[in-house]
Design a protein around this ligand. Structure first.
Ligand SMILES: Cc1cc2nc3c(=O)[nH]c(=O)nc-3n(C[C@H](O)[C@H](O)[C@H](O)COP(=O)(O)OP(=O)(O)OC[C@H]3O[C@@H](n4cnc5c(N)ncnc54)[C@H](O)[C@@H]3O)c2cc1C
Length: 413
């Protein structure tokens, strides 16, 4: 059984090792000079390779049962065992699994050694341009050393990735190759990325604060997540913003008005919050407004709230009433709650993954295209995107292993 795999990223390398271990003769095509370029930058160079809290809850997709079925056949425990077998020790930080060395390079090294030991032929600087169905298999057309070549395989696995960080090699070429076969992809948008907003809190740029961000459009809450939010000079970032960013990208690209609402103190009840205001204001005896409200959040956020509510930070407060009291109430509200109009999500170059891709309806549970027996898809080629926490790599390993295994068996032919 000759198998051609396009793309030596996370899912392509997993597929190649598995298929070769199952006895297939495997050629792995990679357009870059080296495999796994994106893998090196994962988890800030530490590679969060999976998560022990695993399930379809962590993925955006049209068919959660599909994802659960994939994870049931190759899940987090299997990933840890797969890498242990390749020589990699891992450790678990509250469910987030990293290499013990905290080095993405170590993960890549183990995979590359695994490819070599399994006897996979790795062709680098080999850009696949076309896949053509021929009797009994597929022909891959690729360029290498300036020459165009054609090679025939019994089975082909496309592991070209999505659109995030195109300079790592995943630039949507896989979707284009498939479109020539009549297999269409849902349009990709950036995901797991920062959001650009109108009137960012420029003076609080660099501040990190715990909070909950909720995304609203047309009176519908598109998504919500809590954690450390980062204020930037262009908008908002941080893990909870990354989680909801896909919804913002899709909605803003569709021309919808999108609002991000932040609650910096989601665990404090309205009553407690109001009582705290009343207490501070009642006991104020000539302190400045800055002093009256200090100690709640980062001072830069307080200064932004004072400015936006039109209150002089140095104004002395004693028994405020009337307009003065309502302005101070406004400061208190802005200190806790912030609303931003979202202009757009960051671009693909600054996103960790992408939405869109080939619909799950197009493939069998073994990742084989229904209309093209013997042609398999893995990882971000499919319309599934995970949240932060090792979920996207887990989907890449799972789909790679299952596709590699099935392709080596001979697909559904
Ligand atoms: C900065 C960053 C940090 C991340 N951190 C994490 C993390 O810690 N945990 C996590 O779970 N996920 C993380 N991700 C997401 C994760 O890296 C991806 O979801 C995963 O790599 C997708 O695997 P893939 O095999 O589908 O595609 P990729 O890993 O993107 O691999 C695709 C490969 O195919 C090659 N290719 C494409 N087209 C062709 C062609 N026509 N011919 C030949 N080769 C081709 C590309 O060069 C590339 O090597 C991160 C992503 C980024 C960008």
């Amino acid at each position: 059984m000759r198998i051609g795999i396009v793309g030596a990223g996370a899912s392509g390398m997993a597929a190649a090792i598995e298929a070769a271990r199952c006895g297939a003769q495997v050629t792995l095509f990679e357009r870059n000079t080296d495999p796994g370029k994106k893998l090196l930058s994962t988890g800030n160079g530490r590679c969060n390779l999976t998560n022990t809290r695993m399930g379809s809850f962590a993925y955006n997709c049209a068919d959660p049962s599909f994802v659960d079925s994939v994870l049931a056949r190759f899940g987090a425990e299997d990933t840890i065992a797969f890498f242990r077998e390749l020589g990699l020790f891992t450790h678990d930080r509250e469910g987030y699994v990293y290499p013990l060395s905290d080095s993405a390079a170590a993960v890549l090294k183990c995979l590359v050694l695994g490819l070599r030991k399994a006897g996979v032929l790795l062709l680098t600087e080999a850009l696949v341009k076309d896949v053509k169905q021929v009797p009994g298999g597929y022909e891959l057309t690729f360029t290498q050393e300036g020459e165009s070549r054609v090679e025939r395989f019994d089975r082909v696995i496309l592991s070209c990735g999505g659109m995030a960080v195109p300079k790592t090699g995943s630039d949507g070429k896989g979707y284009y190759i498939l479109s020539k076969l009549g297999v269409l992809s849902n349009p990709p948008t950036p995901a797991l990325c920062a959001l650009y907003v109108k009137k960012p809190l420029e003076k609080a740029a660099g501040v990190r604060a715990a909070g909950r961000v909720s995304l609203w459009s047309d009176r519908v809450c598109l998504g919500s997540d809590a954690g450390e939010i980062q204020l930037t000079d262009y908008g908002i970032s941080g893990i909870p913003v990354f989680t909801v960013s896909r919804h913002a990208a899709i909605a803003t690209e569709g021309g919808h008005y999108v609002e991000a609402r932040i609650d910096f103190l989601p665990e404090v009840s309205e009553e407690e919050w109001q009582a705290e205001f009343d207490r501070r204001v009642a006991s104020a005896n000539g302190e400045t407004a800055l002093e009256v409200f200090s100690g709640v959040l980062h001072e830069k956020l307080l200064l932004c709230a004072l400015e936006d509510a039109g209150v002089d930070a140095e104004m002395q407060i004693s028994a405020p009433a009337g307009e003065e009291l309502s302005k101070l109430q406004g400061v208190w509200k802005l200190l806790r709650y912030r609303k931003f109009r979202v202009l757009h999500a960051a671009d693909f170059a600054h996103a960790q993954t992408s939405t869109g891709g080939v619909s799950l309806q197009e493939v069998t549970g073994d990742l084989e295209l229904r209309h093209y027996p013997g042609l398999f898809l893995t990882g971000e080629m499919l319309d599934v995107d995970g949240i932060c926490g090792g979920y996207n790599l887990q989907f890449a390993w799972s789909t790679g292993i299952l596709a590699g295994r099935k392709a080596a068996e001979g697909g559904s032919k």
